[in-house]
Design a protein around this ligand. Structure first.
Ligand code: MG
Length: 496
């Protein structure tokens, strides 16, 4: 029988989590179906909800219960995890006044709308004051929470315990491997050409749903909708929403978006329903989350074994465009490496350079080495330095991502961490299941999904990322797996 204090504690935690989920529903709606004029009232609604959630979390009741439970003997592991994690966010949130939280939520919504129209009109100037406001609010929050590097305080929200000082050398080493690899590929005589043709939206959607089903995404516990920027959000393990966008000239944009978001969705759906609305049934970090999406999108979705089974099905959806295209030509076309301006459409080799750029700009912003108005020029200069190309305008440069418009600073590094974790997990899964490639060739994605569920998903927040990785693979994060994966794949493809 659980401790009576624990029962009271967990029912308060569930009320707090319910408010968070209600806010997530409103945000999902804002991105998918809300008419443009709804923005202002939606901002007010989200501000009220986030204020209530904050009050609920930092209430004296939860504070007292935490103190009592931390001294209580004989708690189960489940109970200890939930107490530990609520303590962690309680300590963060109680240092920030409710007014600042509400003000921030409202600014987030309005800044997001300002960003969307600035991006459409290619006008950084109209977004800059909003970005400035968000940066200042985040700086204020970081100071209130405390810590040596304000950027570490921000990252902690997405990647508990991550530090810029630890990440910087990993990213540096990565850059030293990537820049020459990009150069060697550019110099290769192999020049695969992109696919052309027409891909009707309905067929793209059908095929995307077929693949998501094969991955194990449960459409009785999830939905696929349309949004400007693909994302996955969860209101609980039995209600997980993913989105994509369609381009009739290029099926890859929507399909790999769906595989990516369904990879996130599988993680959310596999969290244990018996612990729903408690930290135990929450993803451990955004880096681990992203490892799931990138593993499915790239290591599966852009692999030969996967297309061995799925290419005939894709051809059946687009016979006029693809029936004359051999599998090998198709495979090379979805693995073209070419420096490009837009992160979400970048190939596997150049992708992390986009992240390094963002990480460096954010870190400069929060350590006072750059201001908001410096960003467009810094962005363009680093693009030239790392990828050899320069955006023609800010819409394809500094305005392209949604993250800063929502005040999510410190999030970007988790994308690169996700790639590194993905390669390490995939290598471990292959070691344990020598016939894994063969299963994938037959279209059987279940063994991989079950391995991920068993080693990663079902544990929720039981252990933080580093220990989870150690338990799943036998060692903590080791970037060598990613380098080995990239080199073996692309040296073969580009004959270098
Ligand atoms: Mg993602």
């Amino acid at each position: 029988m659980p401790h009576p204090d624990y029962l009271q504690f967990i029912s308060l935690v569930k009320e707090f989590k319910a408010l968070g989920a209600a806010g997530a529903v409103l945000s999902w709606d804002q991105e998918t179906y809300m008419p443009a004029k709804g923005a202002e009232i939606r901002a007010d609604q989200l501000a009220v909800i986030s204020g209530l959630a904050h009050e609920k979390l930092v209430s004296p009741q939860i504070g007292d219960l935490l103190i009592r439970l931390e001294k209580a003997p004989g708690l189960s592991q489940v109970e200890q995890v939930n107490i530990r994690e609520i303590r962690r966010i309680f300590n963060r949130e109680r240092k920030i006044p409710k007014e600042l939280i509400q003000d921030f939520a409202k600014t987030q919504s309005l800044a997001h709308e300002a960003w969307a129209s600035a991006r459409t009109n290619n006008d950084f100037g109209t977004f800059a004051p909003w970005l400035e406001k968000l940066v200042n609010m985040r700086k204020k929050m970081a100071v209130l929470i405390g810590g040596n590097d304000p950027y570490d305080v921000l990252m902690d929200e997405f990647e508990p315990s991550a530090r810029a000082a630890d990440i910087q050398p990993i990213f540096e080493a990565l850059r030293k491997e990537l820049v020459p690899l990009v150069a060697k590929i550019a110099a290769s005589s192999k020049k695969p050409s992109p696919l052309s043709g027409h891909y009707p939206v309905e067929k793209q959607r059908d095929f995307g749903i077929e693949v998501a089903n094969a991955m194990g995404f449960d459409f009785d516990a999830g939905r696929l909708d349309l949004s400007a920027h693909p994302f996955c959000t969860s209101f609980g393990p039995n209600d997980v929403r993913i989105t994509t966008r369609y381009n009739e000239k290029n099926f890859a944009s929507a399909l790999f978006g769906i595989m990516h978001e369904a990879g996130h969705g599988l993680y959310e759906q596999a969290l244990e329903t018996q612990h729903a609305c408690t930290p135990l049934a929450e993803p451990v970090s955004m880096g681990i989350h992203e490892s799931q999406s990138r593993l499915w999108e790239n290591m599966i979705g852009r692999s030969r074994p996967f297309w061995n089974h799925f290419y005939p099905k894709l051809q059946a959806n687009f016979p006029e465009t693809l029936n004359q295209v051999p599998l090998e030509t198709f495979f090379r076309s979805i693995n073209i490496v070419r420096p490009s301006l837009i992160r979400v459409e970048a190939d596997e080799v150049t992708y992390n350079l986009h992240i390094l750029l963002r990480f460096e700009l954010e870190h400069a912003l929060f350590s006072g080495k750059a201001s908001v108005n410096d960003l467009p020029e810094l962005w363009n200069r680093k693009m030239e330095e790392y990828l050899g190309i320069r955006p023609k305008n800010d819409s394809e440069g500094v305005l392209q991502d949604i993250h800063w418009s929502m005040g999510s600073f410190g999030y970007f590094p988790t994308y690169a961490l996700g790639n590194l974790y993905a390669a390490q997990f995939f290598a471990a899964a292959k070691r344990e299941m020598p016939d894994l490639d063969q299963k994938i060739r037959e279209g059987d994605l279940r063994p991989l999904r079950e391995w991920l569920r068993d080693k990663i998903h079902r544990h929720g927040m039981t252990w933080h990322a580093s220990e989870l990785c150690q338990r799943a693979t036998g060692e903590t994060l080791n970037a060598q797996y990613f380098s080995t994966y990239l080199k073996s794949k692309f040296e073969e493809l580009y004959e270098i």
